[in-house]
Design a protein around this ligand. Structure first.
Ligand code: ADP
Ligand code: MG
Length: 726
């Protein structure tokens, strides 16, 4: 008898090598996880036979004839198959005995690429199996259709799977029997049989429901364990101190906190005051004011004698955070300096491209504790960065980081620090429950008062009037004292279309399901340098100061440009997506996105979030040279709403399921095959309830060895995926 870890070779002999070579299918478990793509009845049906497409269909032989070849020796076989609606010709240039199987009235499954000959649809040398042979195994009402593997057609997979199922023992089940009974789920063994050898679609659905639940359940058990482990840790409480930095800072705030900011602030203060480390996710709409919330938490950490680290995904954002925090703190950020406030601390910046001397000085401030607040990029995670007493870790724009990076920074505390994770991409509840399921969640729903609305238009690039109007609007805004971003998909000093924040094809649907993204258009993409040059020639913009910003500038250059833009010394900033996240220049009121169709929905929403931050009405112009339907749907959706949750849903619904995890959080791209994170809210909720209850009872899973093994496999897969990405 076989188990899921048995090697395939002894069971299915010749096919095993092909499975191993073409799809890395090595074990019984691998093969059983090679799910059918769909199911067919045994009625003749050739579907919509399209020229050039691979066809798998059931048909009946209508006629068959052999004739001698004209120029060569041998016999040619011509067969017509039909499903009653259309006929397809089949040609074998050598009969080879096919004439014995392909006789009129015989029924078979045929597979091949559809061509044409004499204006008739044709399959040349197709693969086929006659239903009588196919059924010799065990006749089931449905025929599962698998992807072809190397040269093996679907029926070889069917046959192989059947042989494996014949010798398979009951397989271990990660879902305990009592949970199965409560949720009315079949065993894993039954599910595997149901999905591979069903008689009805109801059986398939029962199997899928069970496998879907299992994915959600195993995932929730890992999260429950992670949470439990975190709750068992102890740390230094960091309560806010009366008369400290935070109080001084609050006293000078130029605005009142929104109700949401106050509420989240109170929650954070309470959690940081406990001896169990906080693990909180703060999500909120673009511009909802997350930075202040984080800064106030950091000040509380400093007040209680600890340090706070703020991890940002790009140098531009780290630089900005450093500048704004320093500016907002004023003399409070001049700790230990002449003229500094008595409560003061120092704010340090640590990035990868600092000079050695600068870096050494910063590292010293960090290790001595002179710097109470340390802002940085990935450079913060390096081993030689030591803190005096790290009390709070803030991760900004978490979607750019993995759990592993969060953990690397946490590891720098002498005791586990409190953790606040912020994400600018609002995430639907079910995504929060799966991707961030080990964190408590807070949401900032409202924007600060006094925000003016943003209007968004799609601008067709090929209409000269529209483009002229675009630049005229830019000029008008600048004359009114405002500033403008122009974002391009490429840098353009050579042909590499990337940047610190690479251009993702995140929302490009993969409709044929073959895993290949559609080919990029031949149209050259607008580059920062080309657009910068073009704007210099644009009469409407004469006399304006226009500068470029992109990831390949040195960090000093980036800082200098960004600082000038922030001070209002530049009118127009032509940049790549380095300004996508976090950048905060309230005086900017226009965002022009070139080749907007090349950006995903969430990306456009983020980019648009750079404007409308002061009291000035914002204008976002999405310039596109395409009229492809999918692209226009995305752009129109972005134009139609500024509700980030709605756009996030749309964006995620357009991704392949496995990418949702990856998209929401780069650190965890492990495949989910059956669970739809957006749609299966009930399943996720039930699984979460069951998982948390089980882990509360049996934290180490000692009484659930099968589940423990499944959890281990999942965690290993996550780590492998993380290591692979480097
Ligand atoms: P995000 O949540 O996108 O990170 P930021 O923290 O960058 O948003 O805040 C956006 C802008 O709103 C900043 O200029 C910030 O100073 C300002 N801001 C934050 N809170 C308030 C408030 N309560 N009232 C007015 N302006 C605020
Ligand atoms: Mg932000």
């Amino acid at each position: 008898m076989a188990t899921e870890s048995s090697k395939l070779a002894p069971i299915i002999a010749s096919a095993a090598a092909q499975f191993a070579k073409a799809r890395d299918i090595q074990t019984v478990g691998d093969l059983l996880a090679f799910w059918p793509r769909r199911y067919r009845t045994r009625d003749a049906d050739l579907g919509t036979a399209e020229v050039g497409k691979f066809l798998v269909g059931v048909a009946e032989v209508k006629s068959a004839s052999t004739r001698p070849m004209q120029k060569r020796k041998g016999t040619m076989l011509n067969v017509v198959i039909t499903d009653g609606r259309h006929d397809i010709d089949i040609t074998f240039f050598k009969a080879w005995g096919h004439e014995k199987a392909l006789v009129p009235k015989a029924r078979g499954i045929f597979a091949g690429t559809v061509g044409t000959y004499n204006q008739r649809l044709q399959l040349t040398h197709p693969g086929y199996t006659m239903l009588d042979d196919f059924d010799a195994g065990d006749r089931k009402a449905l025929i599962p259709i698998y992807r072809s593997v190397g040269k093996l057609h679907t029926w070889t997979a069917t046959e192989s799977v059947r042989r494996v199922l014949d010798v398979l023992d009951d397989v271990p089940d990660a879902v305990p029997a009592d949970v199965r009974a409560r949720r009315k789920l079949v065993s894993r063994t039954d599910a595997l049989r149901g999905i591979h050898t069903p008689d009805t679609m109801a059986e398939v659905e029962t199997a899928r429901r069970r496998l879907r639940y299992e994915e959600a359940f195993v995932l929730q058990v890992t999260l429950a364990q992670r949470r439990r482990a975190a709750a068992g840790q102890s740390t230094t409480p960091r309560p806010a101190r009366p008369g400290g930095l935070l109080e001084a800072f609050d006293g000078r705030l130029p605005f009142t906190l929104t109700a949401g900011q106050q509420e989240v602030g109170a929650t954070i203060a309470q959690e940081m005051g406990r001896d169990v480390p906080m693990h909180r996710l703060l999500q909120g709409e673009v511009g909802s004011g997350k930075t202040i919330v984080a800064l106030r938490a950091m000040l509380a950490a400093v007040d209680s004698g600890g340090q706070a680290a703020l991890l940002a995904p790009t140098e531009v954002l780290a630089g900005q955070h450093h500048r704004t925090i320093t500016a907002m703190l004023g003399d409070l950020a001049e700790g230990g300096m002449l003229g500094g406030s008595e409560h003061g601390t120092r704010v340090a910046l640590l990035t990868g491209s600092q000079s050695t001397a600068e870096r050494r000085r910063t590292l010293l401030d960090v290790v001595t504790g002179d710097a109470g607040i340390v802002v940085g990029t990935h450079a913060l995670l390096q081993e030689n960065v030591d803190f005096f007493d790290l009390g709070l870790v803030v991760v900004d724009e978490q979607h750019r980081f993995g759990v592993e990076q969060r953990d690397a920074l946490r590891g720098k505390g002498t005791v586990p620090p409190h953790v606040l994770v912020m994400t600018a991409t609002p995430i639907p509840r079910t995504v929060a429950m799966t991707v961030f399921g080990d964190l408590e969640t807070s949401t900032l729903r409202e924007l600060p008062a006094g925000r003016a609305p943003i209007t968004t238009h799609v601008v067709p690039e090929e209409k000269p009037n529209w483009m002229a109007r675009t630049w005229a609007r830019v000029a008008e805004e600048v004359r009114a004292g405002r500033q403008v971003y122009v974002v391009c998909p490429r840098i353009g000093d050579d042909d590499v279309p990337d940047d610190e924040t690479d251009l993702r094809t995140e929302a490009v649907a993969d409709d044929d399901g073959d895993g290949e993204a559609p080919a990029a258009p031949a149209r050259p993409l607008k580059s920062v340098y080309a657009v910068h040059a073009a704007l210099a020639e644009e009469p409407a913009l004469a006399g304006l100061s226009v500068e470029v910003l992109h990831g390949r500038l040195t960090s000093d250059e980036k800082d200098a440009v960004m600082a000038r833009f922030q001070r209002g010394e530049l009118d127009v900033l032509v940049s790549t997506t380095v300004v996508e996240v976090g950048v905060d220049v309230p005086n900017a009121s226009v965002m022009v996105v070139m080749d907007a169709d090349r950006f995903g929905v969430s990306q456009l929403h983020q980019l648009r979030g750079r404007i409308g931050r002061g009291g000035f009405p914002g204008l976002c112009l999405l310039v596109t040279g395409t009229d492809a339907e999918a692209a226009m749907t995305r752009l129109n959706a972005v134009a139609a709403t500024t509700d980030g949750f709605e756009l996030a849903r749309l964006d995620l619904s357009q991704r392949r399921e496995g990418d949702i995890l990856g998209a929401a959080q780069h650190g965890r791209r492990t495949q989910l095959e059956f669970l739809h994170i957006l749609e299966d809210e009930d399943v996720i909720e039930q699984a979460r309830e069951d998982a948390f209850a089980l882990v509360a009872d049996d934290p180490e899973l000692g009484g659930h060895p099968d589940l423990a093994a499944a959890v281990r496999a999942r965690v290993d897969a996550e780590q492998a995926a993380y290591l692979e990405r480097g």
